[in-house]
Every structure is written in structure tokens, then in C-alpha cells.
Design a protein around this ligand. Structure first.
Ligand code: HSE
Length: 429
């Protein structure tokens, strides 16, 4: 056993960083035994040094993150600041000064993963980021390593806890979106500014990372089709219930049937109650991975929070330290397939469309004709009439998103269609 410690610099000491520091201290002996050398927290860079951080050694706190990553004696930099800058510059500087990096930064990995991997490779260093996707759930390592011999065709999951909590509340208590969001905020799931979660940015960044590593290609945040859940209404949830479904914000990454392209998208969707993802409650995450040889795998657990995210960070830290001792590195970038990312219009799925129409002879036939003209086949139609008006719910067979959008545009132009109340994709069947 080596007695000279491996030195770790921690960038950020918020909810996750302080848990990382705490576990490094309280589990020091176990970590030493597992790594084969002690690890020493050499410095903690923070923006607000006066903030009280229980259990965090005050003498290690600095506001000069740049000087910390430039020290030259740091073996691993742990970045839990989040956001693009200064995290990107600090990580790049850390590589230039010989350190490996463990990051929880989904936004940065989704935007600039290729450049960061290249910087790590140039310096013979590691870049690990298990905590960037779905908190404590081991997902990045299984995809990068355990499934490295298989062919993944689909990743489908709930990767944002805040939105799952909101939808779960809307489903179970009949709460409206705003009421459910208020509850998520009060319980500390949603941030004061919930945009990243409720508009789907957080899930889209995770989808970009998952698609890239699952399909060995390059997928950036801008490649991911994104719709949040702010438009989901109690009526949508009630409609889903009538169909034996529930509504979830899903991240879906797929390899095209011909294998020549991929798609990545985040949007609310109805899934049948019999699907395992339907039973993912509260702020939990769960991801289905479909691989050619392995079949269907499901990963489930807490996708956010200080301790769960710190668990993933610590796992990466142990591996990066072991590699350091063995003078080796783990798997690097594997985007060798360079598959194009197809637009949302090419995605093929089923749809649930709710229309308000005039209740008079020929309307149903008119509506059905519009679907037929756009080559969208109808599976079921349900109509409920009231005072000369009717609500028409159409569920389609699988159709291309572009064909469905054109259908809806044409429906809106019909005099007898008063409005398109909701359009929701149906997944998981
Ligand atoms: N805000 C995220 C969520 C956790 O609610 O799942 C961090 O990605």
C-alpha cells in the first residue's frame, strides 16, 4: 500500500460538494483500502467562503479555483460547480496541469463533451461523469463499460426528479401544474427558478449524454428535441387515466431501424400503467436500456440530491485514483460511429389528440379524412357530445412526427374543428 496520498481538489461545496467532502472524511479508511493509497482533500474552491459548511475543514477553503487547479500536485479535480463557465475553463486547466477530472456537470458535458474528452486524452488523464446523469443511478459506467460489447438500440427513461414529482402529484391528487410545482418547491425539489427542470433543459442535457455514449456518436444539447411539461393540464392527466395510462416526462434516445441515424428527444408522453416506468413515483428516476444481446435492462433510483449525487462522484473518484496509481486511464471518448441525429419530424410514434368539434353530421368523417390524407392511421376514436359541441379523442397508430404535425395543421383549418385541446405522444407500448 502506498502511503503518499493522492491529492484531490474540490471545486464547489454546495449540496453535493459538502457531501463529497464529508464522505471522503468519514469513509477515509475504506476509501484508502479500496484505492490502495490514502486520498487527501487538498483544497476546496468556493464562491462564498463565509458560508457555514458543517464538517468541511475551513483551512482548505479558497476562493481561488484557478490557483487550486494549477497547483500541479493535484491528482484528481472534482467539479461540482455546474454551468458552463467557469467550470469549462477550470476543467481544461486541470487537464493541462496533469490532473484527472470527475464532474457532475451535465450542461457542460452535453455542450462540450467532445472537447473535454480530447483535452483529457491529450494529457493521458481520465474524465468521469457518472453523477451528471440520474444522480446515484449507475448508468454512464454500465453504458460505457458493461455494455461496451453489446449494441444499444434504445434508451428510454425518466431522468428528471422534479418533473416526475410534479406529474406524480398531478396524477395522484388531481392537483394542477402550478399547485404541484409549488409543492415541489416547498419540498426543495424544484429550484426558485425551475426553468431548467420544467422546460426540459436538464433532461435534454442528460439525453444528449446518454445518446452519445449509448450509440458511440456525437449528440449535443441542440440536437435534442425538447418540450417541457408546463403545458400539461389536469385534463391531459385525466385523458391519460381514461386510456389506462399516466403522463411522464420522458427522455428517449433511439437508433433508427436502418441503423444509419439516431434521434434524441425529451417531452411529456402517455405511457400505459402496465409499463414499469409508470410506477416510478415522486422524485425518483428510472431508465430503460434496450440492447441487442442483453435485452431490456432497467436502472432505478434517486436521481438527485446531495448524498445520492455524491455517491456517484465518489465512485468515479475511486476509479480515477485507482487508474492514477496503476498509471493508466479508463475508457475515453467513443464517438466513432459519427451517426447523424435526425430531426423530430422523422420520429415515429403514436399520438393522442384531443379536439373540440361541432357535433353535427359528417364531422367525424371530415376529421378522419384529414388523418387519411396525411397517411396517419387512426387506432381509436372516442366522442363525447354536449350542447351541439363534442370532444373527440383520437389515438393513432405509429406515424411520423412530421405527418402528425401536418395533420394537426390541417385539422385546425377545418371550420368544424373549434380547437385542438391537446396533443400528446403515446410511448412504451
Ligand atoms: N434538478 C434535477 C432533477 C437534478 O430534478 O432531477 C439534477 O440534475
Amino acid at each position: 500500500m502506498r502511503t503518499r496520498p493522492l491529492k484531490v481538489a474540490l471545486l464547489g461545496c454546495g449540496v453535493v460538494g459538502s457531501e463529497v467532502a464529508r464522505i471522503m472524511t468519514t469513509h477515509a479508511d475504506d476509501l484508502t483500502a479500496r484505492i490502495g493509497a490514502p486520498i487527501e482533500l487538498a483544497g476546496i474552491a468556493v464562491r462564498r467562503p463565509d458560508r457555514v459548511r458543517e464538517g468541511v475543514p475551513a483551512e482548505l477553503i479558497t476562493t481561488d479555483a484557478t490557483a487550486l487547479v494549477k497547483r500541479g500536485d493535484i491528482d484528481v479535480v472534482v467539479e461540482v460547480i455546474g454551468g458552463i463557465e467557469p467550470a469549462r475553463t477550470l476543467i481544461t486547466t486541470a487537464f493541462e496541469h496533469g490532473a484527472s477530472v470527475v464532474s457532475a456537470n451535465k450542461a457542460l458535458l452535453a455542450e462540450d463533451g467532445a472537447a473535454l474528452h480530447a483535452a483529457a486524452e491529450k494529457q493521458n488523464a481520465d474524465l468521469y461523469y457518472e453523477a451528471a446523469v440520474a444522480g446515484a443511478i449507475p448508468l454512464v459506467r454500465p453504458l460505457r463499460e458493461s455494455l461496451a460489447g453489446d449494441k444499444v438500440n434504445r434508451v428510454l427513461g425518466i431522468v428528471n426528479g422534479t418533473t416526475n414529482f410534479i406529474l406524480d402529484r398531478m396524477d395522484s391528487s388531481g392537483a394542477g401544474y402550478s399547485e404541484a410545482l409549488d409543492e415541489a418547491t416547498a419540498l426543495g425539489y424544484a429550484e426558485a427558478d425551475p426553468t431548467a427542470d420544467v422546460e426540459g433543459f436538464d433532461a435534454a442535457a442528460k439525453a444528449a449524454i446518454l445518446a452519445g455514449i449509448a450509440f458511440h456518436t456525437r449528440v449535443r444539447l441542440d440536437d435534442v428535441h425538447r418540450e417541457g411539461l408546463t403545458e400539461v393540464t389536469s385534463a391531459d392527466i385525466a385523458s391519460a387515466k381514461r386510456m389506462g395510462c399516466t403522463v411522464k416526462l420522458l427522455a428517449i434516445c433511439e437508433r433508427a431501424a436502418d441503423g444509419k441515424s439516431v434521434t434524441a428527444r425529451v417531452h411529456p408522453a402517455m405511457i400505459p400503467l402496465s409499463h414499469p416506468l409508470a410506477s416510478v413515483r415522486e422524485a425518483y428516476n428510472a431508465v430503460f436500456v434496450e440492447a441487442e444481446a442483453a435485452g431490456q435492462l432497467m436502472f432505478y433510483g434517486p436521481g438527485a440530491g446531495g448524498s445520492p449525487t455524491a455517491s456517484a462522484v465518489l465512485g468515479d473518484l475511486v476509479v480515477a485514483c485507482r487508474n492514477r496509481l496503476a498509471n493508466t486511464t479508463g475508457p475515453g471518448d467513443s464517438a466513432y460511429t459519427r451517426l447523424p441525429v435526425s430531426p423530430m419530424g422523422d420520429v415515429v410514434t403514436r399520438y393522442h389528440i384531443s379536439l373540440d368539434v361541432a357535433d353535427k353530421p359528417g364531422v367525424l368523417a371530415q376529421v378522419a379524412t384529414v388523418f387519411a390524407e396525411h397517411d396517419v392511421s387512426i387506432d381509436t376514436v372516442r366522442q363525447q357530445g354536449k350542447d351541439g359541441e363534442a370532444s373527440l379523442v383520437v389515438v393513432t397508430h405509429r406515424a411520423a412526427d412530421a405527418a402528425l404535425s401536418a395533420t394537426v395543421e390541417a385539422l385546425r383549418r377545418l371550420d368544424t374543428v373549434r380547437g385542438v385541446a391537446s396533443i400528446m405522444r403515446v410511448e412504451g407500448e
